[in-house]
Write a protein that binds this ligand. Structure first.
Ligand code: PLP
Length: 390
């Protein structure tokens, strides 16, 4: 049984709370993201031991997932990905405890599977017949696959210059793909116009409350895989920011139900590309929100996000954690993909490579110490990005 009780405005404008059955997307009061809330007091009765016999996917945490009574998840087996102790990669940097959370092993080859599994579960439960989203690539593939699994139609709006595999894979799962001139923000504008006209169900990043709930399970898993402790650092390549926002929320929930002791949250590091780093710039400038990035360009499609609606949530999480922001060049990312592959047999997307390159920088700067426990997120696999290796 899930302890899901309501949706709440993330910006505390005072609107809501909204019942789980309501067809809400952004806060009707202020247009900011909504977050799912649970009866955490009641959830204290849920014991860690109950996980022992459960399936190895993210729905093993269903008590704190946004499920309506009697509802079943739309699942392809996402989550419970390996947390690899990368000894050779760590040794290069003088780190004894470098761990890679390998999200490339999810359905559709990236961690976007988690958010879209949760979003399509809600969409199906509330009667959606067509979902739509703007995407830089991987989210569209995951949306298309989970929509197929749910028996729902899917409309994917993607920049025309996106890599071919992202376009072809969405089509493979039966989605209608619309190619848009410009960036993901331009795709979002056109997707919104069409969605309003057609009455489609929006599953875009942070414009739908359940994608964050799927992504937060990465933090539950890391905690479980580390015997209910947390690492010293988490290094996360950031685009729209659902992962950071979700994991920061997950720590709060794990503490509230007594599964993880208070005071051991990791420092969160946001990694962005030199050619698109709105969060890193906002951290340096000390602003509460991030100015949109002009002329965004990078080989890491998932990081080519010039403006994020949840910017204030991302920045708040990084600051509260005592973390920081790092930018890396495309060359560094691609070199890191090769290093991760050759050292550890890990298939890393440029975004995953960026996390390793950022880690190297933080070690060199003296931020990360030799015996710190560091978790890098390899958010996707290399195969959709073969052009960057050519
Ligand atoms: C979407 C994406 C990201 C960025 O994730 P957010 O949680 O939206 O910040 C990073 N890496 C890959 C491979 C992605 O597809």
């Amino acid at each position: 049984m899930s302890h899901f009780t309501h949706l709440e405005c993330s910006a505390t404008c005072g609107a809501g709370p909204f019942a789980p059955q309501e067809r809400q997307f952004l806060c009707p009061g202020c247009g900011m993201p909504l977050l799912a809330r649970y009866d955490l007091e009641a959830a204290r009765a849920w014991k860690r031991e109950s996980l022992a016999g459960r399936d190895a996917n993210m729905w093993r945490y269903r008590e704190l997932m946004p499920l309506l009574p009697g509802d079943e998840p739309v699942t392809l087996g996402e989550g419970m990905t390996p947390l690899v102790h990368a000894r050779r990669l760590g040794a290069r940097l003088g780190l004894s405890q470098l761990l890679v959370k390998d999200e490339s092993l999810n359905p559709t080859n990236s961690f976007k599977a988690r958010g879209l599994s949760a979003a399509l579960t809600r969409a199906r439960a509330l009667g959606a017949t067509t979902v739509s989203l703007a995407t830089a690539g991987n989210a569209g593939n995951a949306a298309a696959a989970y929509a197929a699994a749910a028996g729902i139609r899917c409309k994917v709006f993607i920049p025309r210059d996106a890599k071919r595999p992202f376009i072809d894979e969405s089509r493979l799962y039966g989605a209608d793909v619309v190619l848009v001139d410009g960036l993901i923000t331009d795709a979002a504008r056109i997707a919104t116009e069409r969605r309003i006209a057609e009455g489609w169900w929006d599953v875009s990043t942070l414009r739908e409350p359940c994608r964050v709930e799927g992504k937060k399970t990465m933090a539950y898993e890391v905690a479980e895989q580390l015997g209910w402790t947390l690492p010293d650092w988490m290094i996360y390549p950031t685009g729209g920011g659902t992962g950071i926002v979700g994991m920061w929320k997950a720590f709060e929930e794990l503490e509230a139900i007594g599964w993880v002791a208070k005071g051991q949250r990791p420092r969160m590091v946001t990694v962005q590309a030199e050619g698109c780093a709105p969060m890193v710039r906002a951290l340096r400038e000390g602003t509460e929100k991030a100015e949109p990035w002009a002329n965004a360009h990078t080989a890491a499609d998932g990081l080519r996000v010039p403006r994020a609606i949840g910017d204030f949530l991302i920045l708040r999480a990084i600051r509260e954690s005592g973390g920081t922001g790092v930018t890396v060049s495309d060359t560094e990312m691609v070199d890191a993909m090769r290093t991760m592959g050759a050292d550890e047999g890990i298939s890393a997307a440029p975004e995953g490579g960026a996390a390793y390159a950022a880690c190297r920088r933080l070690v060199a700067d003296g931020h990360i110490k030799a015996h710190d426990r560091v978790v890098l997120f390899n958010t996707g696999g290399a195969l959709k990005y073969l052009d960057v290796l050519a």
